[in-house]
Each structure stands twice: as C-alpha cells, then as structure tokens.
Design a binder for this molecule. Structure first.
Ligand code: ZN
Length: 663
C-alpha cells in the first residue's frame, strides 16, 4: 500500500518558487536521496551533468538559425545596460530575454509561436549602438549593419519566422516551419521523396531515418548533413564526448560502460546503426542506479517527426517509489492480455517493459527549463518490440509541481463540488503518478502493428494518436480492481479523481494554454481534447459526462464513471486498430472531429477565470549546481549539491560556461 506522498521525503521549508514572467513560472526541484550516493556516483552525476550542458547550444541552433546570435546579443545588452532599470522598455526587454531563455530560442517552447517583444525597436537599436564592436556577436565577415538588417525583422516582424513547428496539414510544413532542421528552399515533398527512396519496406530493423540530420538542398539536390564529431555541431559534440568519457571512468558496471562507449562511438561517427546498438544496450541495463539520456531523442520539434532534438536527463533511482512501478511492469503481460482491444493487436509477449522512479539530477537541452514528468525510451518501434524499453517517472519533478501548486485556488474555481474536490485532494497526486507510470511503462509499449504496416503511416497525426493510445491505456487500468489487488491503490474510487481531472483538463482548463482564436496544435493537448470530447459526445445519450452551468459558470459534471470507463475502452480499441492497421484516414477523421477546434465562448470563459487566479499556464525548472571539491593533487573528493541560484544568474552562467557553437 502506498501513502499519498508515495514514499516521498518532502522538505516543507524547501523554496520551490524561483521566478515568474509572461505565462511562465520557474521552479526549482529538490534532489532527495543525493546523500546516499557514493563518491563515484556523485562524480558520475557531475560528469554527466557537464556532458548534458555541453550540448546546450545544439538545441538553440536546432530551434532556429539566428537563436545563438540573438541570445548573445541580448545577453550583452542586458549585462552592459547602463540606463534606468525601472524603465518600461528595459522591463519589457528583460521579460523578452527571460522568455527567449525559456524557449531555447525566439519561439515559445510549447505553442512554438514567435515571442512578440514589448520593447521598442528604437530602444533595441540604441542598446546595440551602445555596444562596442568587441561585444557584437558577428558572423565571419559580417558588419554591424548587416547583423542588424538580418536580426531586426527576425525579432520584431511578426511575419518573419512566425512559427517554429507548423503542423497545418494543408500547407508545406517544412517550408513554413522556422526551425533549423531543414535548409533554405527545402520542401516537404522533397524531404518525403528523399526518405521514401531510402526506406526499405521489408527492413525489420530500420534505422531512425533523419534522426541526427539537417536536410539541405545543394545544387538542386537534397542531402543530409549529419550531427557528429566532424560534422554539424562538432565542437559541442566534442565536449559531450569528453565528459561522457570521464563518466565512463566511474561507471557503475560493465553494462553501463558498454553503452557509454557505444554512445561515444555514435557521436564520433553519426552512424545511426550505432545509435540503435547503444539504445539496445541502454534499454537492457536496468541495474544501474545513476543513469542518463544524452542525444537527439524526441522528434516533436520536427514537423515531419523525424529529427531528434538534443536533450539530456541525468538521474538516479528513487528507491522508495520504484517498488510501485516494478509491481506494474512485472505484471505487464496481464495488462496486455486484458486490454480491451482486438486480440490480434495485442502483443503475444510483452518484452522487458522496465520501469523505475527516478530523481532528476540535471535537465538539459530540450528538457530544460520545461521538462517531461515521464520518459519512455528508446523510440524505435522494432527495438521496443524486440528488446523492450525503459520507462521512468521523474518523481522529484512531479513533487515540485504538486508542492508549488498547493493553495493556488484552482480546485475552488474549477471543480464542481466539495466531494469531488476532496477526492482530488486525497487521490490526485497518487493517481497522477500512476497515470504517468501506466502511460509510460505499459501504454506506449502495448499493442502491435500488423505485418507490413508502416510505423509512420499516421503521418502528422501520429504523435497525437500515439499519446492518446497511451493515455487511454492508463485511464482504462486506473479504474481496474487489479490495482487494488496489487496493493497500489487502497480505495476503489480513487480513479475518479484522475477521471474528473482528465475531463476538466481536456474540455476546459488546458485551453488556458491557447491564445484566443487559435486551434489546438500540440500533440499531447490534441490527445487530451480528443479523449475528453469523444467521451462527452458518445456519452451524450446516457448523460455520462456533461458541461453544466452553475451561477453562470461552466463546470464538468460526471454522472457515470463506469460508463465513462467503457467509452475509454471503446476509443482505445479504435485507436489501437488505427495504429495497428495504419488507417491514416480514420485517424485524421478522429483528430479533425474532436482534437483541434476550440469553442471560442468556453475558451474565453476559461481564460477569464484563470486570469483571476494568476496561475501560470507553463512551468519549468532551473537546475541545482554541482560543485566538485578537489584535494591538493586535483582529485575530486566530494561533489556538493547547491540550490540557491536564481533564474537569470543560471542562464547567464550557462551561456558563459557552455558556449560551444560560435558566439
Ligand atoms: Zn507519451
């Protein structure tokens, strides 16, 4: 049986709140159990943290070709500013810089829309004019005037590079995305034709095409530029390799040494076969306490879902809570066998679904400052099928979110009545954690494709439908008596807390992240609205769930939780069929019917009600600082963990210490 705190050791005096600007709140997270680590493990965390941050510039450059230059220019203006720091222009400038830091570039990390500066162009020009030449981040051969002619519209003109990742299926998503994953003049049709010619439909173990490549056009021909030691991003990769090599020297065991070696070989060559070999070794090492991800991993930043964004997570086991996920994953076959889908689409043997709960120790690249709370890797379907995958829940991150949210007035404003609020207060923390566990350990790993089905057949809807599949799997089992039988939940009604929150979020509160007049685009948000709107629609006749009015405000009301579970089962079966058969049309129909459009009246109401609460729609984290202590011979005798840094100081320090690509 688990307590509500799920084994957590919470320091009530820990200060989670760091900074607040625009639609963002920056938090810090605690690293519990750090003191239990050995000196070698602490050194490992230090070296891996260095490797993690060494790649920082890569994500900035992947997100947009001018990001590194703009970052340096803004930082130099900021640190050399001599004027009135209370002036409206300076305050707006500081806000913009904080946003740019948070987005790892000039686009919002989530909506991928370009930030709109609230300071004047005149202010900007004056500040640049005040900088001496030595403080200008100029490209080779570039003059001050040329730099300004390029960067001014990139920063100020809303029609220039307006969106980092454009998912609008009716236009050329490659040509209309501002990210730097494709070169000038490259079109979606050209990229698709290029990779179609490369893919062998009969290859049972395909590499992750395009994962570490920028696609460019040279003399009218499409080709890849690979990320590796002597290729694109070489100087950053050289530093990553250096620190990975240091980490290897204190690896916990031979299995870990072997996967670090393979990762280094991959970084040296850029050979995606080596990346697959690394991924297999990594997925199979479930014994190591300290662990990490470092590479080009998730492809949400690519409108075609191929190129991986640089990210790194350094972590170690949260021993107390890992019991929970080990129980779940050791019963993986039972969950697969009882899944409410066509038996043909079930995996006959679910292999090595491992799961553990971890404490994040360092977040970097695309995982910083905004981070996931659960990770399930590797991403390659055939590796997951043949060798299993590793699934982790970042407990100290979830905990920081939860602790920082207490008393913010959300439940009072949006939850329909006191009993539902009480249920959420008592059970939402544990059911949220379980939802993440089930989503990551079992949901993504479940099901199989029919022979010959292209894993990319669902195209631009693939990510949203895959997230829906994993969420539905998790939701379905949250209400299963099996969880009580396994001792993971102690109350058969606990799941209702998560069901209520899911409907509330999917139908209403997540709209707080959308600007008025815009559609839903991000994959996870589409998935949530898809599920919630489907339940609302299909349950209309039986009044399973409703939107009701009380005192002029809209509330989610759930009348029949068991029927809601049955609708979850129906939708899971259909989405699994769509994935297993590669039914693009049916997937696109579901997405278009339920996941994209927003009711403008309800949207406005949600925004108004939120604005009174001052709850930031997005949150992220700064990292703690690891400080090695050396003896007189230069040996590390300890690594101290420190929390006190603020957001601005951390960002400036990262730019100071980890600039590898150019400026
Ligand atoms: Zn997922």
């Amino acid at each position: 049986m688990l307590s509500l705190q799920a084994g957590a050791v919470v320091d009530k005096n820990f200060d989670y709140h760091v900074d607040r600007f625009a639609d963002i709140e920056v938090l810090r997270y605690e690293v519990p159990e750090y003191d239990r680590l050995s000196l070698n493990q602490k050194k490992m965390i230090y070296f891996l943290s260095q490797a993690a941050q060494a790649g920082r510039d890569i994500i900035w450059d992947q997100n947009g070709r001018y990001n590194l230059q703009i970052r340096k220019l803004l930082e130099n203006i900021y640190t050399n500013y001599k004027g009135d720091k209370n002036s409206a222009d300076f305050k707006a400038f500081e806000k913009y810089l904080k946003q740019v830091w948070f987005g790892n570039g000039i686009h919002h990390h989530y909506s991928t829309d370009k930030f709109i500066p609230e300071f004047s162009e005149t202010f900007f020009k004056e500040q640049v004019a005040a900088l001496p030449d030595s403080l200008l981040p100029l490209n080779p051969g570039e003059t001050r005037q040329q730099m300004m002619a390029t960067l001014t519209p990139v920063i100020f003109d809303p029609t220039v590079m307006p969106k980092r990742v454009n998912q609008d299926g009716t236009i050329d998503v490659v040509a209309n995305s501002a990210s730097n994953l494709y070169g000038d003049g490259v079109t979606q049709a050209e990229v698709e034709a290029y990779y179609a010619a490369m893919k062998d439909p009969n290859d049972a173990t395909p590499i992750s095409y395009g994962l570490n490549a920028r696609v460019v056009k040279e003399d009218g021909k499409i080709k890849e530029e690979h990320y590796h030691l002597n290729g694109l991003y070489g100087p950053a990769i050289a530093k990553i390799i250096y620190w990975l090599d240091m980490a290897k020297s204190v690896a916990e065991n031979d299995a870990q040494k072997a996967y670090i070696t393979k990762l280094i070989d991959y970084y040296i060559t850029g050979d995606l076969r080596l990346f697959d070999e690394y991924s297999i070794l990594w997925a199979e090492d479930t014994a190591s306490d300290v662990d990490f991800v470092n590479g080009f991993i998730e492809s949400y930043g690519d409108p075609l879902g191929m190129t991986g964004s640089y990210e790194s997570y350094v972590n170690f086991k949260n021993k107390k809570s890992s019991d929970r996920t080990e129980t779940i994953s050791s019963n993986a076959q039972w969950f697969e066998d009882h899944s409410p889908i066509d038996p043909r689409f079930r995996k006959p043997v679910v292999k090595g679904v491992s799961a553990k709960v971890i404490n994040a120790a360092m977040l970097a690249g695309d995982a910083f400052p905004s981070t996931a709370i659960g990770i399930n890797l590797p991403n390659a379907n055939w590796i997951r099928a043949a060798h299993g995958s590793k699934s982790v829940t970042l407990e100290n991150i979830t905990e920081a979110y939860d602790m920082a949210s207490h008393g913010n007035g959300f439940n009072e404003e949006f939850v329909i009545d006191a009993p539902t609020s009480k249920l959420m207060e008592d059970y939402l923390y544990i059911t949220d954690m379980l939802h993440t566990d089930l989503h990551e350990c079992l949901g993504h790993a479940s099901g199989q494709l029919m022979p010959g089905v292209d894993p990319d057949a669902l195209k631009e809807n693939g990510s949203a439908l895959e997230e829906a599949r994993a969420d539905l799997f998790a939701l379905y089992y949250l209400a299963d008596p099996k969880l009580i039988e396994l001792g993971i939940l102690d109350n058969p009604d606990a799941y209702k807390a998560e069901y209520y929150k899911y409907m509330l979020n999917g139908l209403m509160t997540q709209l707080n992240r959308i600007e008025p007049g815009k559609d839903i685009e991000e994959a996870h948000m589409r998935n949530r609205q898809l599920i919630a709107a489907y339940i609302l629609d299909k349950g209309k006749k039986d009044k399973v769930a409703q939107l009701v009015k009380k005192n002029g405000k809209t509330y989610v009301k759930i009348n029949d939780y068991q029927k809601m579970r049955a609708l979850i089962a129906d939708l899971l079966a259909e989405i699994q069929r769509i994935k297993s058969e590669g039914d693009y049309k049916a997937g696109a129909d579901l997405i278009n019917k339920y996941a994209v459009k927003v009711d403008p009246k309800l949207h406005k109401e949600v925004l108004d009600r939120f604005s009174k609460l001052d709850i930031p729609p997005y949150r992220g984290f700064i990292n703690p600082v690891y400080e090695p202590v050396y003896d007189k011979d230069g040996n590390i005798t300890d690594v101290k963990l420190k929390y006190g840094e603020n957001y601005v100081d951390q960002m400036l320090r990262l730019s100071q210490d980890y600039t590898t690509l150019g400026f």
